[in-house]
Design a protein around this ligand. Structure first.
Ligand code: NAI
Ligand code: MG
Length: 353
């Protein structure tokens, strides 16, 4: 298993180091994980004058999977846009053609009080949002701002999906549903959008290859309501880029703790980039207090989705559960009566578990 490790900026290196520790611990038990580090984001700019240095891209292409920390920092705010840390992230996603973004949202019963929703609504929540990542309004042409016939400025973007773009992400949704509880909800707005009408047709066609999966369809406005009304009705959700952007951020906040959520972005061959959903948290960087569990859980996703090692993924996820049950907490999830630990100590605890 060849893994490119891109720690990035801020707390990125701190949390990535904990996931590396966990993978190394697995190595000592016979897995063959090779890890090589490279720079990205502000660290890439500092080292090579580019937020995505050539060597980093080459290493990432050659690897089976990429483990990323986070990028960004205020010291880079005055750089021209192409040199900004975030551009490194956007470019690597595009260069590696990572079209399917997987965002699990789960709430450990012990942490249900961190949510702004009632504990009983979210406790034990376990859903997976599959968001298409390389098409839709964010990439569709034509786009721009022009002066229209009335002499007024007008902005426009184009929502576009081809059949093949829908089909490949639908397959990912069905395959994940097969591995979980065989339940998939496709979210679009087929009552008003042609793009969504095609989306629904292609999803229904694709469903023929997965007769065991119970497929449902939901309009995105209703899905937004249902996610806060009764999120546990969902298992796997598959949706387009813009709807998925909004719904996945909404869903992540059901948990109340940004430091617990990992993500995966996959290409056609299950090569993937794995990263926490949070950013570089410059406000707490360098203090050894960041929560590394989102990154460790991202490494578990890597074992599951790129390497097909559900057994190893389960072990990592169970170790995290055990550590949470034992009452260890980083500051972001700390509540009275639990034990506060730092970033490195949390990583050690997961290794031990
Ligand atoms: P952020 O996610 O870095 O931080 C938001 C808040 O959550 C902060 O108070 C932070 O301390 C806290 N937080 C985040 N991760 C945490 C963790 N693991 N443990 C404990 N607390 C944690 O978002 P923000 O502040 O909007 O952005 C900071 C920088 O990160 C910016 O430069 C931004 O562009 C970049 N960013 C990068 C992302 C990425 O690399 N994927 C994603 C989002 C933002
Ligand atoms: Mg977003």
């Amino acid at each position: 298993m060849k893994i490119a490790v891109l720690p990035g900026d801020g707390i990125g290196p701190e949390v990535a180091a904990q996931a590396v520790k966990v993978l190394q611990a697995l190595n000592s038990e016979g897995l063959k994980i090779e890890m090589e580090h490279a720079t990205i984001g502000g660290a890439g700019y500092d080292a090579a004058g580019d937020p995505l240095p050539e060597a980093t891209l080459a290493l990432s292409r050659a690897a089976d999977a990429v483990l990323l920390g986070a990028v960004g920092g205020y010291q880079y705010d005055s750089l021209p846009r192409p040199m900004r840390p975030e551009q490194g992230l956007l470019r690597i996603r595009k260069e590696l053609n990572l079209f399917a973004n997987l965002r699990p949202v789960n709430v450990y019963p012990e942490l249900a009080d961190a949510s702004t929703l009632k504990a009983e609504v979210v406790s034990g929540l376990d859903i997976m949002i599959v968001r298409e990542l390389t098409g839709d309004l964010y990439f569709g042409q034509p786009r721009g701002i022009h002066v229209n016939a009335n002499g007024e400025r007008e902005g426009y973007n184009t929502m576009r999906y081809s059949e093949s773009e829908v089909r490949r992400v639908a397959h990912i949704g069905f395959q994940i549903a097969m591995k979980r509880n065989k339940k998939l909800c496709s979210v679009e707005k087929a009552n008003v959008l042609e793009t969504s009408e095609l989306w629904r047709e292609v999803v229904i066609e694709t469903a023929k290859e997965y007769p065991e999966v119970a497929l449902s369809h939901m309009y995105v406005d209703n899905a937004a309501m249902q996610l806060v009304r009764n999120p546990k009705q969902f298992d796997v959700i598959v949706t387009g880029n813009i709807f998925g952007d909004i719904l996945s951020d909404e869903a992540s906040m059901l948990t109340g703790s940004i430091g617990m959520l990992g993500s995966a972005s996959l290409d056609q061959n299950r090569k993937g980039m794995y990263e926490p959903i949070h950013g570089s948290a410059p406000d707490i960087a360098g203090q050894d207090i960041a929560n590394p569990l989102a990154t460790i859980l991202s490494a578990a996703m890597m074992m599951r989705y790129t390497f097909g090692r559900d057994d190893v993924a389960d072990r990592i996820e169970n170790a995290v559960k055990k550590v949470i049950s034992s009452g260890l907490r980083t500051v972001d999830i700390y509540t009275a009566g639990t034990t506060k630990v730092g970033c490195a100590a949390m990583g050690d605890a997961v290794v031990a578990a």
